[in-house]
Design a binder for this molecule. Structure first.
Ligand SMILES: *Cc1c(COP(=O)(O)O)cnc(C)c1O
Length: 403
């Protein structure tokens, strides 16, 4: 028997650490691009668990692969080899063109790895230990202390100071601001190829190429965070692949495991050899279960030609959201690539997001206070976009009425 929703919520608030302001919905199961709550109500999901559920919910092939691995072997530790990690690793290298991969348990840990690579690379060159890393304002790289140190958000950082020293912040898409904080101690630049939490801002080609050149000139590492924009979401397997330059190191997570917690950092060239035995480790990371998940995800991307699909349906979503912007004066801007798009409003979007969820049964997420972010499962079709737009319009109109 199902309990009353409110009872679940009360128990959650009693037991779970209060770090989130959650919406009053208790999800119970998912199917394709829909979620169902404990009362059996159906929701259209354009948030995908924050850009995680690329293949959608209850994907048979994916579930099957996990069940097989579950019955075989879940964990061994990294004192030994395991087959799924080799297979997932090779597939990820093939998709990215990188040379080495390290599997992590989360996005933030993948960022930690990238920061360690940059530091280690500088240390190997005999730069001592007094080096600097340049990060971007309005970035988001995660909540661990290292990742938080490069997250350009005072509100997140302030209570936990002092953070990792030697981090300098520049303005995203402003090459001069990067040059302004560059010093002889700079050993790397870290940024999202498309800023996600900061409001869906793709890097301009000029900026990404400019930073790549600066890094080359000064023998520093370019580290791209592809945790949200990677895994096909931008219409390329990795968003940087659209720019004609490649990073020295990159991070992946979110959609890599389709809901199974797995991330990775990857590197090529001089960055690939910077780390030596003993420098880094993890107990769970890269275990057979999560790697079987990542491996199957990568197989299904190829089998279903998912990246091509994202391009096509992303174009359609773009047209539809352009129409929404034209229709409502309160929508100020429309940005993004593929199935990672955002609409910026003249006012905070929380009331629209809440109305969409509770009245329209449409799951949307915000990015910052004024942007609605559209990061649906990558398997959506045109009619899903049409249905989403109908519900979005109703939620916007309710939001306007409540202004
Ligand atoms: C979500 C996210 C992270 C952090 O990932 P976690 O798995 O929550 O640690 C880092 N970078 C970007 C760009 C993200 O979107």
């Amino acid at each position: 028997m199902n309990m009353e929703k409110q009872q679940y919520i009360d128990r959650a608030e009693q037991a779970l650490y209060k770090v989130y302001n959650r919406f009053p919905v208790v999800f119970d199961r998912g199917e394709g691009i829909c979620l169902y709550d404990t009362d059996g109500k159906e929701y259209l999901d354009f948030g995908a668990g924050i850009a995680v559920m690329g293949l959608g919910y209850n994907c048979r092939e994916f579930n099957e692969a996990l069940k097989v691995q579950m019955d075989k072997l879940c964990h061994t530790s990294n004192l030994f080899y395991n087959v799924p990690s080799i297979e997932a690793g090779e597939k990820l290298l093939k998709a990215s063109g990188m040379e080495k991969v390290f599997f992590t348990n989360s996005g933030a840990e993948a960022i930690e790895g990238l920061l360690k690579i940059a530091k280690r690379y500088a240390y190997n060159k005999g730069m001592g230990t007094d080096y600097e890393i340049i990060a971007m304002r309005h970035s988001f790289h995660g909540r661990t202390l290292g990742a938080l140190s490069v997250t350009g958000n005072d509100h997140y950082q302030e209570p936990f100071a002092p953070l990792v020293p030697g981090i300098r912040f520049a303005d995203f898409n402003d090459l001069d601001s990067v040059k302004a904080v560059w010093s002889e101690k700079t050993c790397g630049v870290i940024m999202e190829t498309i800023q996600g939490e900061g409001g869906i801002y793709p890097a301009s080609e000029e900026f990404l190429k400019g930073v790549r050149m600066l890094c080359d000139e000064h023998d520093a590492l370019l580290l791209l965070d592809e945790i949200q924009c990677g895994m096909g979401r931008s219409g390329h397997m990795f968003a940087w692949q659209a720019y004609g330059v490649s990073p020295d190191g990159m991070s992946v997570a979110k959609a890599l495991g389709n809901g199974v917690p797995v991330g990775a950092f990857l590197a090529q060239g001089k960055a690939a050899s910077a780390i030596v035995p003993g420098d880094h480790g993890t107990t769970y990371g890269g275990n057979p279960l999560v790697c079987a998940a990542a491996s199957k995800v990568l197989d299904l991307f190829e089998e279903w030609k998912l990246v091509e699909h994202v391009r096509e349906i992303g174009d359609y979503l773009w047209q539809k959201l352009e129409q929404v912007m034209d229709q409502y004066g309160c929508v100020k801007a429309h940005r993004g690539r593929g199935l990672m798009q955002g609409l910026e409003f003249a006012w905070p979007v929380a009331p629209v997001v809440k109305n969409a969820l509770l009245e329209q049964r449409l799951v949307l997420i915000s990015a910052g206070s004024n942007v609605i972010r559209f990061v649906p499962p990558l398997i959506i079709e045109r009619e899903d976009v049409d249905e989403m737009v109908r519900r979005l319009q109703a939620a916007i109109e309710a939001g306007i009425m409540n202004l």
